[in-house]
Ligand binder design. Structure first.
Ligand code: NAD
Ligand code: LMR
Length: 332
């Protein structure tokens, strides 16, 4: 029997990530090729005409899975009945800016959209915040939507995770699909810690540790980390625009794995509400290694954390605590 359509909200849908993301959702890349969808697209009034253009193109593409499009500048209409909310709306960083610089503009959006989601989304709606500062926007959304369960509010660090897989695959000249279990710890910012200590590569003679195969700790503890941390800035420098297709694709990966589950023996990175695991202060949205089953994520426990990693985890947690304080000062 055909499934009921899932309602998927994309905010900032007239923007560049939105433009890359909505056809992916309509093709079944996010929720599966047997899952019909109704897209809810939200943007602000100055972008209304462009948003309508996106809606026209969605109609023109005749996606078999797409059962309807609600394109609106009304946040209540956009949020009503949605099962998945991908929050992309906001202002991107420009060359030379740090994510903190977009804080003032963006956190207030998340405070105001929190209550619309809380009141009008479907029960158990899963929320993914993409707009920067992603972790702190997600935290603000959580705090101003207290009736949405905290397990349902996440932020995107899957792009960083995928960037780390990509760097290892290029360095070892192996298929990216054969690399797994990298970890992004912490903030979606240049303080994040891309960790390969538990990552492996599938080889003809079994799974091997990335550290052994690379055999260059200086690279893994230096250039690899800074390349992943700075990749967003490198894309901005090259394109004069921030990443869009990779962000959209990673947002689909995040939701797909959350809803449909992670493969056996594989974890992914998600920004989730910290519960004190790995001595990360609770009360932050922090990127952890997670596995997903039956629509729920679980932080992978028991991984060894060496002294080098501990310092990096603490540094990114400190930055998130500072961002949280700054966000509250912007809102007061
Ligand atoms: P963009 O400027 O092309 O699009 C953003 C859209 O949001 C615009 O159409 C704008 O009108 C809309 N918008 C602004 N305020 C809004 C509001 N209150 N409600 C609804 N829509 C609103 O930007 P983009 O390149 O698509 O990037 C969007 C966000 O995603 C930025 O904050 C960017 O920094 C962030 N980003 C995050 C990641 C990640 O991995 N977490 C990766 C790339 C980009
Ligand atoms: C990215 O990581 O590409 C985005 O967060 C954009 C940015 O500002 O770095």
């Amino acid at each position: 029997m055909a499934k009921e359509p899932a309602r998927v909200l994309v905010t900032g849908a007239a923007g560049q990530i939105g433009y890359a993301l909505v056809p992916m959702i309509a093709r079944g890349i996010m929720l599966g090729v047997d899952q019909p969808v109704i897209l809810h697209l939200l943007d602000i009034p100055p972008a209304a005409e462009a948003l309508n253009g996106v809606k026209m193109e969605l109609v023109d593409a005749a996606f078999p899975l797409l059962k309807g499009v609600v394109a609106t500048t009304d946040v209540v209409e956009a949020c009503t009945g949605v099962n998945i909310a991908v929050m992309v709306g906001g202002f991107p960083r420009k060359e030379g800016m740090e994510r903190k610089d977009v804080m003032t503009k963006n956190v207030s959006i998340y405070k105001s959209q929190a209550s619309a989601l809380e009141k009008h989304a479907a029960p158990n709606c899963k929320v993914l915040v993409v707009a920067n500062p992603a972790n702190t926007n997600a935290l603000i959304l959580k705090e101003f939507a207290p009736s949405i369960p905290e397990k349902n509010i996440t932020c995107l660090t899957r792009l960083d995770h995928n960037r780390a897989l990509g760097q290892v695959s290029e360095r070892l000249n192996v298929q990216v699909s054969d690399v797994k279990n990298v970890i992004i710890w912490g903030n979606h910012s240049s303080s994040q810690y891309p960790d390969v200590n538990h990552a492996t590569v599938k080889t003809p003679s079994g799974e091997k540790c990335v550290r052994e195969l690379v055999a260059d700790d200086a690279w893994l503890n230096g250039e690899f980390i800074s390349t992943v941390q700075q990749r967003g800035a490198a894309i901005i420098k090259a394109r004069k625009l921030s990443s869009a297709l990779s962000a959209a694709s990673s947002a689909c990966d995040h939701i797909r794995d959350w809803v449909l589950g992670t493969p056996e023996g594989t974890w992914v990175s998600m920004g989730v509400y910290s519960d004190g695991s790995y001595n990360v202060p609770s009360g932050l949205i922090f990127s952890f290694p997670v596995t997903c089953q039956n629509g729920e994520w679980k932080i992978v426990q028991g991984l060894s954390i060496d002294e080098f990693s501990r310092k990096k985890l603490d540094a990114t947690a400190d930055e998130l605590s500072e961002e949280k304080a700054l966000a509250y000062s912007c809102l007061s």
